[in-house]
Ligand binder design. Structure first.
Ligand SMILES: *Cc1c(COP(=O)(O)O)cnc(C)c1O
Length: 386
């Protein structure tokens, strides 16, 4: 790293930036060290490890023995497509997607592509979902059998009230499916308590593993009923589950290193005090960031009770000297990689607060932002559209 000004990245990779993104994210040194071994996928130790991971995921999600955990190779979207392809109706009945951001829209796009009947309710990316956004639909349209929505919409960082939404769908007898990709492992989730039928997440978000696989937690009876239903061979959830159950092996090459690192990440989550402790750390990261940005004068998109502790969206300053690419590169040179905006309407950028980082790192990030803005001579912090 040349032209570095006070560069000091994560332990063991001090010349690399902290990833202030929603994943892949900064992992601990010990998680990275777990990668330094080659495991045979048929090895009994490896098969035990896979079992341990599946059991631990069920435990964290508050599952009882009516649930199963199926691991799918690939990023989070692979498990989403696997779940939608296997578990949603392909004729007569349909799935209701309630979207308030890009990930909700993407789920609807997948259903469209695989030709499963669905309906979409599109709310803006600053609308926190509420039961009244879809309960009338459920009451009127008996053809809707499944509901799909996003827990933390990473587009904006907004957190939808999962328990309430699940209860509303279940009270009307519908199958409730949630993309908890960016929230699972930190935000409160309990599938039994909240009557959640299906939950999807991945290795490289709040559990703080490396990318490589995703997983579906699902009621066993739904999984059993999905035999022969999937639109895909590689994403066939039922066959994947049968393979894992039969001999503890994946049907196709598993991401061995990512799984070994993930088990280490699960152990570290437990040592930290589980999801509640992790949530507290992320919340503190978010507080430090929001307070720091407020002092600088940069405005967040969402109010404090809408934005979760996962990722914060900030409105781009209208000062003509502010250029995102320049801002990004200068922060990158100081050891912090941030994330561009993904909003549909307003100019913005995002800063993630998850990963192996704490309040001290966030304080340094805020200092770096202040320095960079001064260097760029950015003074007018008001959003562009005000
Ligand atoms: C990260 C994420 C996904 C999955 O994205 P991949 O790039 O496929 O891992 C899906 N939904 C949400 C809400 C996410 O944050």
């Amino acid at each position: 790293m040349t032209n570095a000004i006070s560069f000091q990245g994560p332990e063991g990779q001090e010349d690399m930036p902290y990833l202030l993104t929603p994943g892949p994210l900064t992992t601990s040194r010990s998680v990275k060290l777990a990668l330094l071994a080659d495991w045979g996928s048929r090895d009994v130790e490896f098969r035990k490890l896979v079992k341990e991971i599946r059991d631990e995921l069920k435990r964290i999600a508050g599952c009882d023995d009516t649930y199963e955990c199926v691991i799918v190779q690939g990023s989070g979207t692979f498990a989403i497509e696997a779940a939608l392809g296997a578990l949603t109706p392909n004729k007569r009945k349909k799935t209701l997607v309630v979207a308030n951001g890009a990930y909700g829209e993407r789920a609807a796009k997948i259903l469209e592509h695989i030709g499963h009947p669905h309906e979409r309710i599109s709310k803006t990316d600053v609308t926190q979902l509420a039961p009244e956004h879809f309960t009338a639909h459920l009451d009127e349209d008996k053809a809707i059998s499944h509901v799909w929505l996003i827990h933390c919409e990473t587009t904006s960082g907004i957190v939808n009230p999962l328990s309430e939404l699940a209860q509303a769908a279940k009270a009307r007898g519908r199958i409730f499916m949630v993309d908890a990709m960016s929230s699972f492992g930190a935000l409160d989730v309990n599938m039994v308590r909240d009557n959640i039928d299906v939950l999807v997440s991945s290795s490289n978000k709040c559990i703080e593993g490396i990318p490589g696989f995703s997983y579906v937690l699902v009621k066993r009876e739904l999984l059993e009923a999905s035999q022969g239903q999937s639109h895909s061979v590689v994403l066939d959830l039922y066959e994947q589950w049968k393979g894992l159950e039969a001999n503890g092996q994946f049907r196709f090459t598993p991401p061995t290193h990512a799984l070994v690192a993930f088990r280490q990440a699960l152990r570290e989550l437990d040592e930290e005090g589980g999801a509640p402790a992790r949530l507290k750390r992320y919340q503190r990261n978010a507080d430090v960031l929001l307070k720091g940005m407020d002092a600088i004068g940069i405005r967040p998109l969402l109010s404090a009770n809408e934005s979760g502790p996962i990722i914060q969206t900030f409105l781009t300053p209208r000062d003509p000297n502010f250029k995102f690419e320049e801002f990004y590169e200068a922060l990158r040179a100081r050891g912090f990689a941030i994330y561009p905006g993904k909003l549909t309407k307003r100019d913005s950028f995002r800063i993630g607060t998850i990963g192996h980082l704490d309040a001290r790192v966030m304080e340094r990030a805020v200092d770096a932002i202040r320095e960079v803005l001064a260097e760029m001579n950015v003074k007018d912090m008001m959003p562009r559209d005000l």
